[in-house]
Ligand binder design. Structure first.
Ligand code: UGA
Length: 441
């Protein structure tokens, strides 16, 4: 089988590479010439564990190629499916901007030669596949051509940092189709990924589009709910770590995605929650739970800073703070909507000095923080003369540091643990002042 994937961001590159991995011929397309030239040389635009090796292996085998010429690929590759995986950046009002998706659809319409399934893979509002179909149909009509095609919606559920595993061993695959023929093409494409017995679920297109938003919105809701519970635990003298274990062992609730922290970030939850609220309000409905989810998340990003202010009685000017972790979560260099940015900006505004370290995201972080922050060579260097350590992203290498070295490097032994990865009692026994999330002092 042959397919094309348009857009070489997270979604497109992982999708294309994983399809190639199971033996499908894939061409990945992007308008950014430098990106494509780099990909041909094995240089990736993003950090994702295992992806570089997989791109290289499949490119060498000739199953994965890169191009900037969408027309040429669609005209000549004989692709059974073309996946649209370009960005849908949030507009000023929070709604997803479809200009790139629809431009690609028109381009496909101008180049189509034979029956193809055009699949939306980017997260797009309900009703987008219909707009894609209309854009393609208009272009075909302008050409005076009658070529059969179908649109399909195939939302992705991959997590950054675990994207390859999520794609190769999915919990489920959701595909919205409106013809038997498209269902057959999509079934053949996804057959290699169904080995673990998880389902390929076909449904109508609007339901598939809604499934993606509902999934992310539900996960964001779990997190905001737990952040609210954590804050209340602190007030009431309870320990959210215990409460989490207590409720998570109920299978109806589940033990995943109930970790409190400093608020969710990244390119998906914040954007999708906003977009769903917006879609609803445009259609005369208020998503009240989600509005609260968003408010709780915004507030949560300041919780760690507020603890710092309380510990130092508001006197932060001239103090030095070590920050471990900058990316919005471990195993990615993605800084989009990262809570670290809010925390660091607030520390800087208060006149503090910030020394940060992140295993992979420091280059990305420089784009927004520049030289206002000092960057450590490693996590220990960032601690030198610090008044406190703020653990912001739970990278595995931060989980078990040598606390006697940590204590010697720091000016004061104070730890603010934004992800509850340390044992407060153990740290207290080593002479540290410990502040977790949702743990009464
Ligand atoms: C999320 C979803 O998990 C994917 O299924 C979905 O495909 C993706 O969005 C998308 O729409 O493209 P991602 O944003 O990569 O994936 O990252 P997650 O692992 O879901 O984490 C999101 C945020 O929630 C992070 O800031 C993380 O720190 C936070 N989080 C997660 C918590 O605060 N507590 C938890 O218990 C879990």
């Amino acid at each position: 089988m042959r397919i094309a994937v348009v857009g070489t961001g997270y979604v497109g590159l992982v999708t294309g590479t994983c399809f190639a991995e199971v033996g499908i011929d894939v061409t990945c397309i992007d308008i950014d010439e430098r990106k494509i030239e780099n990909l041909r040389q094995g240089i990736l635009p993003i950090y994702e564990p295992g992806l570089e090796e997989m791109v290289e292996r499949n490119a060498q085998k000739g199953r994965l190629s890169f191009s900037t010429d969408l027309s040429e690929v669609v005209e000549s590759c004989g692709c059974e499916a073309v996946f649209i995986a370009v960005g849908t950046p949030p507009g000023e009002d929070g709604s997803a901007d479809l200009k790139y998706v629809l431009a690609v659809a028109r381009h496909i319409g101008r180049s189509l030669k034979g029956y193809t399934v055009v699949v939306t893979k980017s997260t797009v509002p309900v009703g987008t596949a219909r707009k894609v179909r209309q854009a393609i149909a208009e272009e075909l009509e302008a050409r005076g051509e009658q070529i059969d095609f179908d649109v399909a919606s195939n939302p992705e559920f991959l997590k950054e940092g675990a994207a390859i595993d999520d794609f190769l061993k999915p919990d489920r695959i959701v595909v919205g189709v409106e013809s038997e023929r498209a269902e057959q093409v999509m079934s053949r494409l996804y057959k290699p990924f169904l080995m673990n017995g998880h389902p390929l679920i076909f449904m109508d297109i609007p339901s598939a589009e809604m499934t993606k938003y509902a999934a992310n919105a539900m996960l964001a809701t779990k997190i905001s709910f737990m952040n609210d519970v954590a804050n209340l635990c602190e007030i009431m003298g309870a320990d959210v770590n215990m409460v989490r274990r207590g409720i998570g062992s109920d299978a109806r609730i589940g033990n995943k995605f109930i970790y409190p922290g400093i608020g969710y970030g990244g390119s998906c939850f914040p954007k999708d929650v906003k977009a769903l609220i917006k879609t609803a309000s445009e259609n005369g409905y208020a998503m009240q739970v989600l509005q609260a989810v968003e408010q709780v998340n915004e507030r949560q990003k300041s919780v760690l800073f507020d603890k710092v202010v309380a510990h130092f009685n508001g006197d932060l000017a001239g103090r030095t703070f070590a920050v471990w972790g900058l990316s919005f979560k471990p195993k990615t260099d993605d800084m989009r909507e990262a809570p670290s940015l809010v925390i660091i900006e607030r520390l800087l505004e208060a006149g503090a000095r910030v020394k940060a370290y992140d295993p992979v995201a420091m280059a990305e972080a420089r784009h927004s923080l520049g030289d206002r922050v000092e960057y450590g060579k490693d996590e220990y260097e960032a601690l030198i003369d610090a008044d406190a350590l703020l653990l912001v992203t739970e990278w595995p290498e931060f989980r078990s540091p040598n606390f006697s070295v940590v204590g010697k490097l720091m000016k004061e032994k104070v730890v603010f643990d934004g992800r509850n990865i340390y044992d407060g009692a153990e740290l207290a026994a080593k002479g540290f002042a410990y502040h977790g999330i949702g743990v009464a002092q």
